[in-house]
Design a protein around this ligand. Structure first.
Ligand code: MG
Length: 392
């Protein structure tokens, strides 16, 4: 009999967290939930706790604890970064699904990796900000980092059984987002609703906007750097609006190995949890004979400047990617709040470039967190000086 694997779900009320719970619920003989950690959605966390009965639940802010409903007897309620760390590192936990938004999960995930927990990584910001530290911790702990991001899961699968020296390059595919066919002028006046209307994937608001600017793909380049140990010069991006080919690896003999599937996050989530096995997920299958032509095209750097900005941050290294990430998060928040225009997001983020010059080559986790805080403050100041866009 195989032992049931304990899974701590960080970010359980988000889009990836809910999908992960859907997968876990289908396989009660393989997985059990050891911890549910949420931001502030106490109502949904209560519901999830009643359904999955984990030993721990965790909320990021103390003020929201009073909003928790009645929990199953024996459930321990934890709070904040320390609570998340306790839940992630607990003896019952084998796998940490890292899908919590924001920086608060950095230390808990690193601590769990060092303890040898498998990290099923959905929160790419962790690698963008603190890739070096997370990779080192996972190496020391031996539990590994399994990508949940669909593109990186595809690359991971296409690399299995191959020698790293034989890899020529990685090609990450991108749907191109909802504004793939728009002019810059049309994008300027894009509404929040339009930016959230992703053509193939259903995701949270922040990542949907990042997909519309292509900043998400830029972050994925940095994520791939850390996961697969390749320089940014060997990671390319192609727009593939159908989101069927989730990414490809090109080898030095000219072979391209790709992973295909319907766009459903439960597939990469399931693989990250069950690796090296595959789960009998009963989802709609991809039918190759029913598919129309696939399109692949290079991204338009003029209309989507976020991508080259991310490549620059990747090459600069040090705290530059953390600064980029923080500035972007603040700018996206301002766009979602109607404070700035869509095309202002990348314009605002671009201003954080000045801070990259301060990026030291050898940095500590403290330096990274300081750069994050400084970039947030600086970007907020930049936005507060901007004129509010008029309602169309
Ligand atoms: Mg992705």
């Amino acid at each position: 009999m195989k032992r049931v694997k304990g899974v701590a779900v960080l970010g359980s009320t988000g889009s990836v967290g809910r999908n992960a719970l859907d997968v876990i619920a289908r396989f009660p003989k393989r997985f059990r939930v050891t911890a549910l950690c949420a931001g502030k959605n106490a109502a949904e966390l209560t519901e999830q706790a009643r359904r999955f009965r984990p030993p721990f639940v965790c909320l990021s802010e103390e003020v929201t604890v009073s909003r928790l409903g009645r929990l199953p007897p024996g459930t321990r309620v934890l709070i904040g970064e320390e609570g998340m760390s306790e839940a992630a590192c607990a003896g019952e936990t084998d796998i940490v699904l890292a899908a919590a938004a924001g920086v608060t999960s950095i230390r808990p995930v690193i601590a769990a990796a060092r303890k040898g927990k498998r990290i099923a990584l959905a929160n790419k910001e962790l690698l963008v900000m603190a890739g070096k530290f997370l990779v080192e911790a996972a190496r020391a702990g031996g539990g590994g980092i399994l990508p949940v991001d669909s593109e990186h899961s595809a690359v991971f699968q296409a690399i299995e059984g191959h020698r790293k020296e034989d890899i020529a390059r990685i090609i990450l595919t991108a749907s191109g987002g909802p504004f793939r066919a728009r002019t810059s002028r049309q994008m300027r006046d894009a509404t929040v609703e339009e930016a959230l209307g992703h053509p193939t994937w259903r995701m949270g608001a922040k990542i949907s906007v990042d997909s519309a600017t292509l900043m998400n793909k830029g972050f994925e380049v940095i994520e791939a750097m850390w996961l697969f140990g390749l320089p940014p010069s060997r990671i390319d991006v192609l727009i593939h609006p159908q989101s069927i080919v989730h990414s490809m690896v090109e080898y030095q003999d000219g072979s391209l190995i790709a992973q295909l599937g319907v766009p459903d996050m439960r597939i990469p989530i399931g693989y990250a949890l069950s690796y090296p096995e595959r789960l009998p997920l009963e989802l709609p299958r991809l039918l190759p004979h029913r598919m129309d032509g696939w399109v692949f095209e290079p991204p338009d750097g003029k209309r989507f400047p976020a991508l080259s900005l991310a490549y620059d941050a990747a090459k600069t290294g040090g705290t530059a990617p953390a600064t980029l990430n923080a500035a972007n998060e603040v700018a996206v928040g301002a766009f979602l709040a109607g404070r700035i225009r869509f095309t202002d997001i990348v314009r605002v983020v671009e201003k954080s470039r000045a801070a990259w010059r301060k990026a030291k080559r050898s940095v500590t986790l403290k330096d990274v967190l300081r750069a994050d805080a400084e970039a947030r403050a600086e970007t907020s100041r930049t936005i507060s000086r901007m004129r509010r866009p008029r309602k169309p």
